[in-house]
Design a protein around this ligand. Sequence first.
Ligand code: TYD
Length: 207
Amino acid sequence: MFITFEGPEGSGKTTQFTRTVAALQAAGHDVLATREPGGTPIGEQIRSVLLDRPENTTMTPEAEALLFSAARAQHVRERIRPALAAGKIVLCDRFADSTLAYQGYGHGLDLEALRRITAFATGGLTPDITIYLDCPPEIGLRRKANQAEWNRLDGMALDFHRRVYGGFLALMADSPTRWVRIDATRPADDVFAQIAAALQARGLALG
Ligand code: TYD
């Protein structure tokens, strides 16, 4: 079972991700918890080029899309596929949908080209379930402004984040059975209860 978490900035995704991993482990599941960009030593180096360096403002959207995809190609083969083959539940904080939402809808890159690049990078691997933490960018960016972490894409204008948000909604409409929409504007406990109910409905017990 391959489960991804997606959402715009400040949706509380990473907090909920961590809590879900702990609840699945408490129920006795063998879980690999990982994230993108990153998840492997090579992927973490690429992550640093993509996100941690304010001086990389000249990175083109095309280069950005290919770097996210390069990190993903390594991640799928080095960690995700082997874990799935070993029978683990793999939970990944962001995956290919983020490339379509951010580099496609956000930056305006050609979606069909990105789908081909993504299919090449993943070798055709798609999530079984995508938990989508739905939070409008106006609320998410306000939440993030109060937090210490920062990445290069957080610095993009509100318009960019609005396009990303619209992109996630379009992607969800394309594959409604894979996506589970969670109202992430609710208090954290309520958000987690929605996630737990969705996973339980798909046969996964949580501790
Ligand atoms: P991160 O610090 O992990 O934060 P978040 O909690 O938002 O996931 O940042 C990952 C950033 O990279 C985030 O701004 C989304 C972006 N991203 C893309 O633009 N394309 C991608 O393919 C992926 C995986 C992430």
